[in-house]
Design a protein around this ligand. Sequence first.
Ligand code: GDP
Ligand code: IMO
Ligand code: MG
Length: 432
Amino acid sequence: MRRPWKKAVVTGAVFGDEGKGKVVDDLAEAADFVIRYMGGGNAGHTVVIGDRSYALHLLPSGIFRAGLTNVVGPGVAFELKIGTHEIALAKAHGSTILLDMGAPVVLPIHRALDLGRELAARSQAIGTTKQGIGPTYGDFWMRRGVRLGDLRSESRVREALTRGGYWKEVLALGHFLDLDDCLAADSLSLGMDPMDLDATVRWCMQHADVVCGHLADTRAIIQEADHEGKRLLFEGAQGILLDTFQGTWPYCTSSLCTPAGVSATFGIYRFDRVIGITKAYATRVGSGPFPTELDDETGEQLRQRGHEFGTTTGRPRRCGWLDLPALRYACRMGGVTELIITKLDVLTGMNLFVATSYEENDTRSSLTAEVMANAVPVYSAVPGWSQDITTAKQWSDLPLAARGFVGKIERETNVPVSGVSVGPERSQLIWT
Ligand code: GDP
Ligand code: IMO
Ligand code: MG
């Protein structure tokens, strides 16, 4: 059932790539504003319309619905090349785009530093997407760097890059990490020397015309829209277990994935719906603990059947069974009020298991990286189904066992499931 709403948040409930793009595209039909609130080019949100598939990294997945406004908030790490490309795509679909003036710009040096740090960390690497996320947010919290509003003039960009000795520090770090060698070993196709100040200023200004046409004080606009009772749909990136505070730090991203990210950036604290998205099984990309990971044929089966290869990096995703203790924890820490289960179709014809608890675990403890690394899952077999469910249009079309599987998730998490997805295409979403 499609419930009415005024303010809704869509957040990844686990380790990202749960299908947020698809759900946002669906809900956007009823929205006045769709607002991406966190993350950057690390995100890859897929929307499939007919036989066309789009992967969005920065702009909200509402851009394919005409007549609404898509907003990039002040908490988004905005990479200019990706951003200008997606603005063109959004315009081609008749979308109105607003970009917050305060959003931090991901510079070529941030992508080079991300690579350099990962190479220097060797076996302790995080397995980042190499999109410059950690270095960009690091600089932002250190109160330095270029923000989108600076693109209004070349002198502002240069001032932002040199203020307080910023660029000198960048150069020192770049030399310390031997970035020239790193870039020679693993090209990021930057097309310029990321340590060259003048080239960096030019790179920013190349994108200035496009960006400046969309700059806005999005916080004020969203506050006013809220006051007027407009429907606001906030799109998260990554997932609650990749959140810097709630996730498996340091194996996490560098931003707030939960609704706290909306509150922190837009000053909005109450939502009608916080919709957590989870797959019917589990995946993770990059390093970090993953208690239910299947390093065997079944894991490979899930990867092949679910096409589990990164939208942004193409890396094979690690696969495993649904981890209910982790999902239960994530729902609590992310304030999730309802769940949507995606990729149910991938489980058709398989012998199914879910983890229902961890051995000898104090259920009150936070799921830190250390706790997760030592967790031994207790599995429960769940009845499977063999009928094709990809053409199911309503809840009652699903086999009893598939409904039972969803019911088990509801009981174990104590969170209602409001929808299930049975295929990648826009129409393959069933509201329960
Ligand atoms: P996001 O980052 O959370 O938006 O998710 P991604 O787009 O990175 O990854 C989800 C992938 O699963 C995409 O390729 C989607 O097209 C696909 N997908 C989404 N829902 C379903 C589903 O119910 N079934 C199948 N088979 N694929 C789905
Ligand atoms: P969406 O929005 C899945 C993971 C990386 C790495 C860690 C840190 O598509 O769900 P980062 O580049 O952010 O510094 O990497 O976070 N990661 C994601 N995993 N989906 C994503 O985004 C991710 N964005 C980052 O693989 O483990
Ligand atoms: Mg993704």
